[in-house]
Design a protein around this ligand. Structure first.
Ligand code: GAR
Length: 205
């Protein structure tokens, strides 16, 4: 069966990468294969997960590049060299420019740990998102998977799942519940949907 080749971009623990790996093993992702992991940071545990699962992995750090352009040129070269069809941003903390994103229309998806359009955009990532949700006192939060366009967290929404905020929650407990009850479930589903669409429309790159 024809499978779309997926690259997963990471920066941290890689629990969402793990959810993708598990879904692939369980045959819940059938239309794609995780062909490459790219980390933006050297010590990301996600790199260990890739290695343990025999997935080719690369470090491409913005800090080692003189400009955003050089960083994105390196990314693009690695993606093309590995015949990548679509990209999953799973906790990747570098924002990609409009110029880069335009090269991959409807071919980049991102997981964000809130119900967009709440608590999203340039300054909202990781624990900060949950701190903001608790400060606001929302009773329900969640996660969103969306296509990536030139507006941070502004692309078309693919899937969302709501999660309750509980009394006594800290940013850490809320983050964990959002991961367990929402992120790890909807990211593999959205990756499969995106891959299926690429295959069905007969447009692997
Ligand atoms: C996840 O909660 C993801 O939603 C978030 O970073 C975490 C990465 O965890 N992404 C963002 O905040 C993007 N704006 P992981 O490395 O364990 O998957």
């Amino acid at each position: 069966m024809l499978k779309a080749r997926m690259a997963v971009l990471v920066s941290g623990g890689g629990t969402n990468l793990q959810a993708l790996i598990d879904a692939q093993k369980a045959d819940k992702i059938r239309s794609a294969v995780i062909a490459l992991v790219i980390s933006g940071t050297p010590n990301a545990y996600a790199l260990v997960r890739a290695r343990e699962n025999n997935i080719p992995a690369l470090l491409i750090s913005k800090k080692d590049c003189a400009s955003q352009e050089e960083f994105e040129d390196k990314l693009q070269a690695a993606l093309l060299e590995n015949d990548i069809d679509f990209i999953v941003m799973a906790g990747f903390l570098s924002i990609l420019s409009g110029d880069f994103v335009k090269k991959w229309p409807r071919r980049i998806i991102n997981i964000h740990p809130s119900l967009i359009p709440s608590f999203c955009g340039k300054n909202y990532y990781g624990l900060r998102v949950h701190e903001a949700a608790l400060e606001k006192g929302v009773k329900v939060t969640g996660a969103t998977v969306h296509f990536v366009n030139e507006i941070p967290d502004g692309g078309e929404i693919i899937l969302q799942k709501a999660v309750r905020v509980l009394r006594g929650d800290t940013p850490e407990t809320l983050q964990r519940r959002v991961m367990e009850q929402a992120e790890w479930q909807i990211l593999p589903k959205a990756a499969e949907l995106a891959a299926k669409d690429i295959i069905n429309t007969g447009k692997p790159r």
